[in-house]
Design a protein around this ligand. Structure first.
Ligand code: MG
Length: 389
């Protein structure tokens, strides 16, 4: 993000709506789509554009917890609470950006997750020559006006467009327009404010995939679209460390009291080492020894969660994310059962995954082999990762 320039371009994401139009309990921007909330997909699409410097959401006061889950770990501004109507919410959001050196603002629907770099480019470029700009699609279907189920008219479709978002404006001008027209609450998009004030709004090229998720059918279309853009990768990892002097072992980042300790250059957390290798394996990025050579002094005694986090960063840098992980610890002692939930919770925190996507299991080898003789502890990990095609 370009935070050095004098002026900034902001994206204001409107996510304060309460629409339950497809019968679910959740507002549509918080509905799950391929493992993440719709809003997170939308924010990632905006954050991917290098011309957008800051991103802020306007949310409903009842949705603070949902919002925190949706945006966990994303580099965006704190949210603003919305008002009674969409128009009020947008105005409050715009006003909150007024002290952020923001010049241009893109107002975008929280439930429009497939906005492309090209669509955003088009709006930003048009703003150089127009007070406002919106992406739109020419109407292709013949239009009918109806009354009580019967056609009353066939309006000409020439020159008619379907409006999309992001809708771009100069911040000071759109705030002024909102404040001036605060009492006209029947406006369904922001371009209408400019139209009423006689300010020119350019039409730029919209995209069919840039649809707003409003119905259950939209959600299914979104799932299909995402599935066609990603591939699923599998990764596996295995590690073993010897047991030696010590009073505890570290497994999945949790210290468990034991009559021996695990021996290794770092904290010797076999479970997190196996997990790191599985994550790296899924994206063909080598192994833990390649990224963190045991010969380097700085990894002596290191907490192994940083190895996992590095692998997760590499996956995120490729636009991917983790679907689930399944870890198995192989040892006779200590007993893993009493610590299993804590270990799984810790792994979930490190990976930013919900608990139902993290599994930690344990097994013995019934006295056989090095684990059976309590000479060491081993762990194996499997992960699924989604990567963009
Ligand atoms: Mg190791």
């Amino acid at each position: 993000m370009n935070t050095q320039s004098e002026t900034q371009t902001a994206a204001l994401v409107v996510a304060a709506g309460r629409g339950h139009r497809f019968g679910g309990e959740l507002p549509k921007q918080y509905t799950a789509l391929a493992g993440h909330m719709v809003l997170r997909h939308t924010l990632n699409a905006l954050l991917a554009h290098s011309g957008i410097d800051v991103v802020r959401c306007v949310i409903h006061p009842d949705d603070c917890d949902l919002y925190e889950t949706a945006v966990h770990g994303l580099d965006i501004l704190s949210p603003v609470l919305g008002g009674a109507t969409r128009q009020d919410s947008v105005r409050l959001g715009l006003q909150s950006l007024n002290n952020q050196r923001v010049d241009k603002v893109l107002v975008h629907d929280g439930a429009r997750p497939f906005v492309s770099l090209r669509v955003i480019d088009g709006v930003l470029k048009a703003l150089d020559n127009h007070p406002g700009a919106i992406p739109a699609l020419a109407v292709a279907d013949t239009l009918k006006r109806g009354h009580k189920g019967v056609i009353t008219e066939t309006p000409a479709r020439d020159g008619l467009f379907r409006a999309q978002t992001p809708q771009g404006f100069r911040l000071t001008e759109i705030i002024a327009a909102h404040e001036k027209l605060e009492n006209e609450q029947d406006l369904t998009d922001d371009a209408q404010l400019f139209e009423k004030l006689g300010l020119g709004v350019a039409l730029t090229k919209g995209a069919h995939d840039n649809f707003k998720i409003t119905t259950g059918d939209d959600l299914m279309r979104a799932e299909r679209l995402l599935a066609s853009r990603f591939e699923t990768r599998i990764g596996s990892g295995f590690d073993a460390h010897t047991l030696g002097d010590g009073t505890f072992v570290t497994l999945c980042g949790i210290e468990i009291a034991h009559e021996f300790g695990l021996v290794g250059h770092s904290d010797a957390d076999v479970a997190l080492h196996a997990l790191t290798d599985a994550l790296l394996g899924a994206i063909g990025a080598g192994d833990i020894g390649h990224h963190f050579p045991p010969s380097e002094e700085k990894w002596k005694g290191a907490a192994s969660d940083q190895f996992v986090r590095h692998a997760v960063d590499l996956i995120h840098q490729r636009g991917g994310d983790i679907v689930n992980v399944d870890l198995t610890v192989i040892c006779e002692a200590p007993k893993i059962g009493p610590h299993r939930d804590l270990m799984a919770a810790r792994v979930g925190t490190i990976l930013g995954l919900d608990q139902d996507r993290v599994s930690v299991k344990a097994t013995t080898t019934e006295g056989m082999g090095f684990a059976g003789r309590c000479e060491g502890i081993a762990a194996q990990a499997m992960v699924l990762v989604r990567l963009p095609l």
